[in-house]
Structure formats: structure tokens, C-alpha cells
Design a protein. Structure first.
Lengths: 329, 754, 177
């Protein structure tokens, strides 16, 4: 029995023949959101565990990348909006049923907090970069600016004292942010590839993994590097487990989910996913980090870059493939 | 859980008053709000009109929006053609008005006759009319006024018809006769003494069985017809569809007979055989009203369903079952003759067979079958008597096509050829609202005829292909911008409709009646148009008919009571306008003229290997070429596709939407490629496409090069010997997957460089 | 008061009148459509079956689109009609992703647009533009809560189906088969 379906009188831009309204802006934003969440999470977590001085990069230095990354992500998001003049409507209401609303407000809260945290460590950052003339100059200028504006100075001083409270707030917000990048997609039950509750934890794990890779790469201390490469190894294993679980879930569900899974098991996304995401982003870095643990000397940048690239490809593939999957026809 | 309002209250300070903007917007001026401001119909201005997108002429109202521009067109509930609902073409008629590709100003040919390129000069209306009058006078002097022919399809053609008759010629033809419904008119005239005309008086509203042969209702969108068929579907009426293609109506029929193309006559004869030999015919009716049953009975003796099966591929059981269905429902059974019946050359005989079937079922003049329509005569505005032409189309046509009911377009075209050495020559054409090149098959003859003309005027709204050949082009404004003659249609009750403008003519276009009047004045025929304004003429006519222009401008449609009965009473005496006064199953008239008095089966040509029969049809959102540039309707369907059976596609290795070129049995190539639609809905020996696409006119920005033109590929014409109709379905095409024009160009270039 | 629509697939011929009438009524820009025709053929020649449907936003009871809208631009008004307020819409496209029926699209001006059940006409006691124009009278619109409305009667008398019921959206456009 052959079935032939034709939709006539309709060829709407970006909707037909397959849905493609979200392009590079959304995967980039999800990716950067994951990294930012990880940076904030690790800094807060290890601070609470009292290892702030031991793991300097993760607690004191790396978090200054978080606001930069968040701003770039927000810019990407703004570029994606089709009605950008009205973007402020996001902040006139909070809708608990809408993950996008959650995300907008979480980002709105994390943004200032992620600026404050590194500012409380300004002295430590200056010491870290005292050999870099250019960067020291910027930091000095920053210090002067803060000292000039009295309310800002006192705010930062307050947070420096109450860092513990800030760390707890940060941890919660970071987890929400990390998970939200996945829940955002999984809430769209019209797109069978996304509509799985594993996506939230999977994106959180992937985000943490990319954040750990950044810290690993940035760190100057061998001990810190080893700790983070072990954390990364664990995260990769968990991620691998989630991905297997993801596909098992699809294949055990309805026809549309099986069709969605088939995009990756013989369909057009098979090569890019298994090579670009799994081999490059998971298996190779895991192998390299294991070899490092056994004493082989691997330049730390290699596994770090592989993880970062793999994570980016993962977001792109998920967003593009997800829009192709559908319930009807 | 915080509610939205609470949250705004708390965060007012933090959001810097942002939250205040939202409620503030409710009193914002209109330009800030992006909500659509749709039409308030009770306050909007509206003007009655009847549609010109196809020939069904549904009456409706054109609505203007607040800015005074045409917004939409809605059907008039009092109109039996539309019953208040317009079809998609009518609804999309606004596109005709807004189409910026339309003709804008009168044009005069200045370069040689090649039909290509911008060789037209813009002229004023006065210049145009002076030129036309001068040329018409010249032709009258040199050859006689009879040598001017009028070929038309537009509503304003009635004014030009009046002009031509006043000028002294009766050589007037509508292509819709010889290219479309002519055979069924001739077939029914030969049987019942009366044609069918339009809209068909088929009582589908009350029928119990509807038989459709090559009739794709639902893809043809003849409004009232589709509406009655939809009601019939809802009532559970038995529908029998005979079609080689799984058409829309085939999918809703109880029986779909997937007939082998060109064998319909065999099926009809077999049905007649079953109905006579199984004594299913209406004995009382046939006894009283028909002549020739015995001759018919012996004629169809051997046309059994088993014999028909060998010709048609239809199971004999299905043939019998459907015959029994018809008989069971009779007299509330209709065997529909279709409209476009110019297929294989024996078309009048085929519709004769259909007419005979209806007579055997006793449905003609009965409820659920065929009713007697009534039409209110539109009086002519007083004018002097028409001059008597020395010869008319009858002198050209009736020698060969003895039963031709009106002028035959292809004959008038042929009379313009250089090979016509007789005294009956046509030297000038007035073409009004018909794209002759895509209407009349075998474009070669039409082009040759045009090249031999002394003078040609084309009146049209769009720069269709035919305009490229004109000496003078007159841009007519669309039906939304003008008055036209009263529409008086035949129906269950007489009804008339008014067309009045809803907007001023765009650009420098003008209405047809005004053009006819201006030309008449320059030909010293002003007394034939003895009114100053068309409102004056229409008002006079309306008053004669019992209403007035003022009333019609308010209501749009007026219904009148029927004078005669709709159906035949049981046993009522009725005189049919035939030689015997009865329904002639055996036609004495045809016999006297030397034609077969009863339909015979003729074997028609089947495609050679690798060739497929070219079948064409309609799409419900288009009216052939007339809408192929309409912005609203091209939005629904922008090009045609070639329907190809999957088995055939596999043999040729075709993929869905692949572009191929077509070449027909005479070697003619399609100018443009067409995309392939691989579908099970078409037989393996045929291909199907919608007619009216593949325009070669660059000025038609939305139609140029979209899909392919079937008209180009119809070069083998099967002329109906009885009325001159042009059968177009014996053309076969093969596929070319590479661009043949590119190859030809390259070959030419290679030769030039060698 | 719960508005819904019944679409008789037996009578629909796919003429697309509903599409163009909606465009001229609601100023839908050309190239965009709030409703559309789907033609589905099953089988091999000559054993074929075909269904033709006129589809649009289903104005679901369990709207995934309204749920996911971050600003509240997508909302439900009286009668269950789902609408979008253009000046509250930021054009993020979440609702488009959420709709299993691909009923929504970005209007060229940037906000999200879709079928509104012609609420401006319904408010005046008229029916929707597509229902008013359909030449085969395949479309019926009315109050599902009123047992005597045409829609309710059709749903009692005829067999019907909805699109993608497994998506859990509880659509209120019913296809009579």
C-alpha cells in the first residue's frame, strides 16, 4: 500500500516543507548557556566544599568567563527573535508553564550574580595575571571604576563577606540553567525527537562536561587538571549512559519516536552524530583522559577542544534534527 | 504561586515602569496596535457584480474596505449559480484587479509580425479607435464587411457582437463551442431537438443516480454544479464515475470504472444493450416519447458487456451492475454528458449515445433527471435593423459540418489561411477575451492564419499570448471595474443579475461597451448605440423586464416566477423539436445529412511504446490561462505537474518533482519543463496535467515558464465531422530528461564554430 | 460556550476556497496560509482510496502553544478560541515548535500568526470566513456545548476523527469520515 500526501496551497517560509525556524542562534545559545551554568556551578560547589584556594581556576578565575558567555548567548537569542522590539515583554510576566519564561528569568538573575562573583575575587585575579601587562591594565582600570561608584563598591564588599550565601544561590540557579537548556526542548511534545525527559539531564551533563573542559584547559595547577579530568571522565560516562538510554527510549516508543531515532540510525544525521558528537566529543577525549591517568603525557588542550567541539555539534544536531521530526505526515 | 498581576505590582519599581506599558497599550492609537482590523460588513460599501473568472457567472457583492479599496468578494444568496458561496476563483477574483501585470494602455504594433519582443507603441484611445475604424472600413471596401470575424469569450463580447452585426458580418464564433461543448449540443439537438446550454438543467438536487463520463466535477469548479453534487454525496446518491484517472469525484463515487482511454463509446453501447435487452428501460416513457427503439435494439445486439470488456478493460459485472443502478434510480438518474466533449472526433455520436441512454431511462423532463429550464429574454436597446450580410459562417462551415449550431472558431481561422482561395475569406479578426493560441489546437494553423490577416484587434485584460500577435491591443478593465450586459441565465426559475463597477478602472483601461460604442461612432454606426451612458441602456432594459437599475444596484439578483412547468407530467403530451416530433433514438436528421443515424464504435489510436496519452483537465483554483497570473490563485497553485504512474516512473528512472521535457508524436517539444508527480491515480498508458500553464509570455510574471503548456503539444486534431469540433485527446507524449533546447542550441553553436 | 469545527472529508473536493477566502477576509499576506488542504491517497491503481481535508489551527483544549508562550501573547479567549496578541509577541517561535499541526507561522511583520476562528466575525454572530464560503458546505462551525448546534448534531450522527490524538492536545476540529 503506497500512501501519498500532498499539502496544497501552502508553502510558508521556514515552516514548509520541513520546520526550520531555529537556526544557529538557538544551538549556540544552548551551548553557551550550558558552559556558563557549569562554570557557575563548579565555582560555587568547590567553594562550598572549602577548596577555593586549592582549585583556584575553577573557583576564582574561570567564573569571569561566565558573564561574557552569557552575554554572547543572549545576543544570539536576541538575533533569533523575529519581533525583537518587543523583547522586554519577557520581563513583564512570569509563566510557570513555559520553560522559556523560566529561562528568561533565570538568565536575568544569573547575569548580575555571575558578574558579582568574579568581582569579589578581583584581587586574586589580578595576582593570577600580574605577569600579563595588558590584562593587568584592564583589571586595574576596573578596580578604579568600582572604587569610584560607592554603592557598587559596598555591594561587592557585602558579597565578598557573604560569599557562602551567594554560592548557594549560584548553585541552584546554575543547575536550573543547565537543566533548562534541555527542558526547553523537551517541553515541545510536538517534536518527537525532543519530547523525552532524558533531554534535561543529558544537556545538563553535557554542559557540565564542556564547562569542566574549559576549566581543565584554563587551569595552571596539575592537581586541578587531574581532578577536573576525572570529573570529566565521570561526566562523559554518565552522558554516554544517557545517550544509550535516549535511543532505547525512542525505539521502545511510538512510530513517530522510532522515526525520530532512525534519523540517527541510518538517516541523514547518522554520520554527524556518531562521529561528530560521540567519537569526537565523548569517546576520544575519554580515551585520552584515561591514558593521561595512566601516566601518558597528553597536552591538555586536545581533549578539551574535542569536548568543546563535540558539545557544540551536539546542540546543532539536536536542534536541526528535532525540527524535522513531527507527528503528522 | 504568584499571579501575573501581583508580580507586576511588586516589580513595578524594578522593571522601571515597563509593566505599566502593557495596560497602557489598550488605549493606544490604532497605528501602535498590530491587531487586524477586519471589515465590518454591515457598514462596508458593497457593489453587486457577477464573476468573470470563469463562464459560470456567479453573482455576488464586491466589498470595499475602510480605505475604499476592494477587499473581498462574497456570493449573493439569491443567486442560484452560487447560492451565496463563491468558488476559489471567484473569491480570488480580487487578484485580477490588483494584478500589476495587466494591460495598461492601448498599444499599436510598429514592427513586423513576429509575435515576439516589445514591438508595441503606446497610443491614445482616439488613435486606437481611428486606426481600427480605418482598417475596418478598408476591409469592408476591399473584401466586404463579412470578411471581419469576431472571436470572443468575455462578457463584453455581447457589445462587440452587436457592433459586428451592425457593421455587416455574422462571422462570429465562441471557441467554447467547437473547442468545448459543441459536440454535446449537437448530440442533444439530434436526439431531443434542443441543446443543453449553460448551466446544464440537470436536476442533481433531486437525483438518485449520477453517471459521470470523463467529467471531473470537484476539479472543475462549476459552482452550482459542484454544490448540487456535494449535496448529492451527502444524501448518499449513487455516483458512477467513468475516468481513466482516479479523480476527486472518483474517490467519492460508489463505482469508479477505470476505463481505457478512447473507449467510452463501447461502454455506452454496452449499457444501452443491457438496458434494452434486460428490459430495464422505462417502457411507458420510451413508448410515448421516443422513435426508433427497434432499430436501436437490433443495432446494439452485439454490444454486450463481454464485448465492451475487451475494449474498455472494465469488468462485465461492473458494466451490468452500474446499468442496473441507473435503471433502479430512473427516472431520477442522470447520465451527464460533460462539458468539454471534444475528444476523439466521434464526439457528437458519443454524446448522442449519452442522450439516448437518458431517454431510455426516461429521465429527460423528469424530476431527478433533466428539468426544463427557463430564461428571461433580455430586450435589445432599440436600434436600426442589422444589414444583411452576403454570406455568413454557414457558407463556410455547413458544407462540411452540417450540424454546426453556431460559428466554428477553427473554421473561421482556416478561412483566414492563404490557402483559402474561395470568395469566403476572413481578412480581419476582432478577438475579445480569448487566448486563441492555447484554446484552439494545432497552433501552427492559427499562427499561419494570423500572419495572413490584414488586421487584428485584441481586447483583453491581461497580456496573454494572443496579444503578442495583434495590430492593436485594447486594454479592457476587469469585471470589478465596469458595467456589462445583463446576465440572464436559464435555471429552475428565470433570474437576472447586474454587474456594476466597484472601483474606477486602473491605469488607462476601459470597459468593453465603451470601446464598442466609440468604434461604432467612427464607423457611422452610432445609431446602433443610441444611448449616452451604459447606465441609461441598462436601466431601459431593466425597466422592460420589470425592475430598474436602481433596484438591481441594491439587490444584485432578481428572480422571476417560472411560466412553464419544470417537469413533464405523467403521460403529458410533448412535442420535441425533431423531424418526428419525438426523441429520436434513430436520428433521421443525421441520416439525411449522411451521418450515422445511431452511434457506432470506432477504435481509436492507442499510444506507441514509450509514448503516453496526454490527458488534460482543470484544477479547482484556476480557470486555465485566465488565472495563471492571478496573485491570489497562483499562491494556491503556481504551476502544473505531470501525473505519472509509479510503474512508468520506475521504467524511466524518474524521481518526484524531477523536471522533464515532453515531445509529442509529431516531434513537437514543450517549451518549458514540467515537474513530475508520481502518483497511483493515473493509468500506466496516460499522463495528466492541468491545462493553462507554461505561458511563454514574459510580461506575465507569475505565469511565465511555470509548468508546461499542453496546448503546444496538441498538434493532432480529430475534427468531428458532424459539427466541426476539434478533438484533442489523440496526442501522445514521450519524456526527455535532458533539456532538448539546450542541446539544440549547443548543436547550433558547434556548427557555427566548426 | 465552546467553539469547534466539523470538517466533512466526504464532501470536500480540495478546491482551496477556504484558503483564499481566509486570505481576503483576514489580510493574510500572499505566500502565507492560515488554513490549507491535505490530500491523502492510499493504494495501487486501480484499488485506490483518497481523503481530502481542510486543516487549520485546531484551537485545542490542551493547548501546548499557550502553555509554552513566555510572554502570554498566546492566550485563550472566550469560547476556547486561541489567539495571539501581536504587540506582546517577541517572535521566539516556541509556540510554533510546540504545535504538532504546524498551524502557526511567523507573519512577515515578525509576530506569530494563525487561524483565529474569525473571532471578529463570531463576535458579531457570523460564522468564520472559510465556513461561509465553502461551496460544498463541508465546513461547519458552532458551539460544541450546545447540543442542538449543527456541529454537535454532526458529531452525534457521523463518525469522526481528530488529527494526532496521541499528541494529547485535545483538538476541537473534527474530521467527519
Amino acid at each position: 500500500m503506497t500512501e501519498e500526501i500532498i499539502t496544497s496551497g501552502r508553502d510558508i517560509p521556514f515552516i514548509d516543507p520541513v520546520l526550520n525556524i531555529w537556526h544557529w542562534q538557538i544551538p549556540l545559545y544552548l551551548y553557551l548557556g550550558g558552559i556558563a551554568a557549569a562554570l557557575v556551578f563548579f565555582s560555587a560547589y568547590f567553594y562550598i566544599r572549602g577548596r577555593g584556594n586549592e582549585l583556584k581556576t575553577s573557583v576564582q578565575i574561570a567564573p569571569m568567563l561566565a558573564p561574557v558567555v552569557i552575554v554572547i548567548g543572549l545576543l544570539a537569542l536576541l538575533l533569533d527573535l523575529r519581533h525583537p522590539a518587543y523583547f522586554w515583554q519577557l520581563y513583564t510576566t512570569i509563566r510557570f508553564n513555559s520553560p522559556m519564561s523560566w529561562g528568561a528569568w533565570t538568565l536575568g538573575l544569573i547575569m548580575p550574580l555571575s558578574i558579582i562573583w568574579p568581582l569579589t575575587y578581583l584581587k586574586e585575579i589580578q595576582k593570577y595575571y600580574e605577569k600579563n601587562k595588558f590584562f593587568s591594565g584592564i583589571l586595574e582600570w576596573l578596580e578604579r571604576m568600582i572604587n569610584m561608584i560607592k554603592p557598587v563598591k559596598s555591594l561587592i564588599e557585602w558579597f565578598t563577606v557573604n560569599r557562602y550565601f551567594l554560592a548557594w544561590v549560584n548553585i541552584i540557579l546554575a543547575v536550573i540553567l543547565g537543566v533548562y537548556t534541555g527542558i526547553l526542548l523537551s517541553a515541545f511534545n510536538a517534536r518527537p525527537l525532543w519530547n523525552t525527559s532524558i533531554l534535561g539531564p543529558l544537556f545538563l551533563t553535557s554542559g557540565l562536561s564542556t564547562g569542566a573542559a574549559v576549566i581543565m584547559w584554563w587551569s595552571r595547577s596539575a592537581k586541578e587538571r587531574i581532578i577536573f579530568s576525572r570529573i570529566d571522565l565521570l561526566l562523559i560516562a554518565v552522558e554516554g549512559f544517557f545517550i544509550i538510554h535516549l535511543f532505547m527510549g525512542f525505539l521502545a516508543s511510538g512510530a513517530v519516536q522510532i522515526e525520530a531515532a532512525e534519523l540517527f540510525l541510518g538517516g541523514e544525521f547518522t554520520a554527524i552524530f556518531w562521529i561528530g558528537v560521540v567519537v569526537i566529543g565523548l569517546i576520544l577525549p575519554a580515551m585520552l583522559e584515561t591514558m593521561e591517568l595512566f601516566g601518558y603525557h597528553i597536552p591538555i588542550s586536545i581533549p578539551a577542544i574535542l569536548i568543546l567541539v563535540g558539545g557544540l555539534i551536539f546542540r546543532f544536531v539536536m536542534v536541526e534534527a528535532g525540527q524535522i521530526t513531527r507527528y503528522l505526515y | 504561586m504568584k499571579t501575573r498581576r501581583e508580580f507586576i505590582k511588586i516589580s513595578t519599581v524594578a522593571a522601571g515602569g515597563l509593566a505599566m506599558v502593557k495596560p497602557a497599550l489598550s488605549w493606544a492609537p490604532d497605528f501602535l496596535k498590530k491587531d487586524i482590523k477586519p471589515l465590518d460588513e454591515s457598514k462596508a460599501q458593497r457593489f453587486p457584480t457577477f464573476c468573470e473568472v470563469c463562464f459560470w457567472k456567479c453573482a455576488g457583492f464586491t466589498y470595499l474596505n475602510k480605505e475604499g479599496n476592494i477587499q473581498k468578494i462574497i456570493g449573493n444568496e439569491k443567486d442560484p449559480h452560487s447560492n451565496g458561496r463563491f468558488c476559489p476563483r471567484g473569491t480570488g477574483g480580487v487578484g485580477m484587479y490588483y494584478d500589476n501585470d495587466r494591460l495598461k494602455t492601448p498599444l499599436k504594433r510598429v514592427a513586423g509580425k513576429n509575435g515576439e519582443g516589445p514591438s508595441f507603441k503606446e497610443i491614445s484611445w482616439d488613435e486606437a479607435f481611428d486606426d481600427i475604424a480605418a482598417n475596418m472600413k478598408k476591409i469592408a471596401k476591399e473584401h466586404g464587411p463579412e470578411s471581419m470575424a469576431l472571436l470572443y469569450h468575455a462578457s463584453s463580447g455581447s457589445y462587440f457582437k452587436h457592433l459586428m452585426k451592425a457593421y455587416g458580418t455574422k462571422n462570429i464564433a465562441k471557441p467554447s463551442y467547437a473547442q468545448c461543448l459543441g459536440p454535446r449540443e449537437a448530440g442533444f439537438v439530434a436526439t431531443y431537438g434542443a441543446g443543453i446550454s449553460s448551466p446544464e438543467p440537470t436536476d442533481i438536487k433531486n437525483t438518485q443516480c449520477l453517471v459521470l463520463i470523463g467529467n471531473h466535477v470537484g476539479e472543475n469548479m462549476h459552482n452550482g454544479y459542484v454544490q448540487e453534487v456535494a449535496d448529492a454525496i451527502e444524501r448518499g446518491v449513487t455516483i458512477v464515475t467513468v475516468d481513466p484517472r482516479f479523480s476527486t469525484i472518483a474517490s467519492k463515487s460508489k463505482y469508479w470504472l477505470p476505463i481505457k482511454p478512447a473507449t467510452d463509446m463501447a461502454l455506452l453501447l454496452a449499457w444501452i444493450h443491457v438496458i434494452i435487452y434486460d428490459e430495464l428501460y422505462n417502457k411507458k416513457y420510451v413508448e410515448q416519447y421516443t422513435f426508433g427503439l427497434d432499430e436501436l435494439k437490433s443495432h446494439v445486439k452485439n454490444f454486450t458487456p463481454e464485448w465492451a470488456y475487451t475494449k474498455t478493460d472494465i469488468d462485465p459485472k461492473d458494466i451490468r451492475d452500474t446499468a442496473y443502478e441507473m435503471a433502479k434510480a430512473a427516472p431520477a438518474a442522470i447520465v451527464h454528458p460533460g462539458r468539454h466533449t471534444t475528444w476523439y472526433g466521434d464526439d457528437t455520436q458519443r454524446t448522442r449515445a449519452i442522450a439516448i441512454l437518458n431517454a431510455l431511462l426516461g429521465s429527460y423532463g423528469k424530476k431527478g433527471g433533466w428539468y426544463f429550464p427557463e430564461k428571461k429574454k433580455v430586450p435589445a436597446f432599440p436600434h436600426p435593423e442589422y444589414p444583411h450580410p452576403h454570406w455568413t459562417w454557414k457558407d463556410i462551415t455547413r458544407k462540411t459540418y452540417k450540424s454546426a449550431g453556431t460559428g466554428i472558431s477553427n473554421d473561421l481561422i482556416k478561412a483566414s489561411l492563404p490557402s483559402n482561395k474561395s470568395e469566403h475569406k476572413i481578412k480581419g479578426w476582432f478577438v475579445v477575451g480569448t487566448n486563441l493560441l492555447t484554446t484552439v489546437p494545432d497552433q501552427k494553423i492559427t499562427k499561419e492564419a494570423i500572419a495572413n490577416l490584414d488586421f487584428m484587434v485584441v481586447v483583453d485584460t491581461m497580456p496573454a499570448e494572443i496579444t503578442g500577435y495583434a495590430d492593436i491591443i485594447l486594454p479592457e478593465c476587469t469585471y470589478l471595474e465596469r458595467y456589462d450586459d445583463i446576465r440572464s441565465s436559464q435555471h429552475r426559475f428565470p433570474n437576472i443579475a447586474l454587474r456594476m463597477p466597484a472601483a474606477k478602472p486602473r491605469f488607462n483601461s476601459k470597459p468593453g461597451w465603451w470601446m464598442a460604442k466609440q468604434i461604432a461612432e467612427r464607423l457611422d454606426l452610432g445609431e446602433y448605440f443610441a444611448y449616452d451612458t451604459v447606465e441609461e441602456e441598462l436601466d431601459w432594459k431593466f425597466k422592460q423586464m420589470g425592475t430598474s437599475l436602481e433596484e438591481m444596484q441594491k439587490v444584485g439578483v432578481k428572480q422571476f416566477t417560472k411560466e412553464k412547468e419544470l417537469y413533464l407530467e405523467d403521460g403529458e403530451e410533448y412535442y420535441f423539436n425533431t423531424d418526428t416530433g419525438k426523441i429520436e433514438l434513430y436520428s433521421l436528421d443525421l441520416e439525411a445529412k449522411g451521418y450515422d443515424p445511431m452511434p457506432k464504435y470506432t477504435e481509436h489510436r492507442q499510444p506507441d511504446q514509450n509514448f503516453y496519452r496526454l490527458i488534460y483537465g482543470r484544477a479547482p483554483m484556476h480557470t486555465f490561462g485566465r488565472t495563471s497570473n492571478n496573485p491570489n490563485l497562483t499562491d494556491l497553485m503556481s504551476e502544473n505537474k505531470l501525473w505519472v504512474n509509479p510503474k512508468v516512473a520506475k521504467i524511466w528512472g524518474l524521481a518526484a518533482d524531477q523536471e522533464i521535457w515532453l515531445q509529442n508524436q509529431d516531434g513537437k517539444l514543450s517549451s518549458f519543463p514540467i515537474k513530475v508527480r508520481i502518483t497511483e491515480r493515473i493509468r500506466h498508458d496516460s499522463v495528466y496535467m492541468v491545462h493553462g500553464f507554461g505561458s511563454a509570455k514574459g510580461e506575465l510574471s507569475r505565469a511565465y515558464g511555470r509548468g508546461a503548456s499542453d496546448s503546444e503539444l496538441i498538434t493532432n486534431v480529430k475534427y468531428d465531422p458532424i459539427m466541426g469540433g476539434t478533438g484533442m485527446r489523440e496526442n501522445f507524449v514521450t519524456f526527455l530528461t535532458d533539456n532538448p533546447h539546450k542541446e539544440a542550441k549547443e548543436a547550433a553553436r558547434k556548427e557555427a564554430n566548426s | 460556550m465552546r467553539y469547534g469545527m466539523a470538517m466533512d472529508t466526504r464532501k470536500c473536493v480540495g478546491c482551496s476556497d477556504c484558503v483564499v477566502a481566509c486570505q481576503t477576509e483576514n489580510n493574510v499576506p500572499l505566500g502565507y496560509a492560515r488554513d490549507w488542504i491535505v490530500e491523502s491517497t492510499v493504494g495501487t491503481y486501480p484499488n485506490l482510496d483518497m481523503e481530502i481535508r481542510s486543516e487549520r489551527c485546531n484551537h485545542c483544549d490542551n493547548t501546548p502553544c499557550v502553555r509554552t508562550c513566555p510572554t502570554g501573547a498566546s492566550h485563550v479567549i472566550e469560547g476556547g478560541i486561541v489567539k495571539v496578541t501581536p504587540e506582546e509577541c517577541i517572535g521566539c517561535g516556541a509556540c510554533i515548535q510546540a504545535c504538532p499541526y504546524d498551524a502557526r507561522y511567523f507573519h512577515p511583520d515578525g509576530y506569530v500568526d494563525k487561524c483565529t476562528f474569525c473571532d471578529h466575525r463570531v463576535a458579531k454572530g457570523q460564522t468564520t470566513a472559510c465556513v461561509a464560503v465553502c461551496p460544498t458546505k463541508s465546513l461547519t462551525f458552532g458551539d460544541l456545548d450546545d447540543p442542538n448546534s449543527d456541529v454537535s448534531r454532526l458529531l452525534r450522527d457521523r463518525k469522526w476523527k481528530v488529527l494526532a490524538p496521541e499528541a494529547g492536545t485535545k483538538p476541537q476540529v473534527f474530521f467527519l469520515t
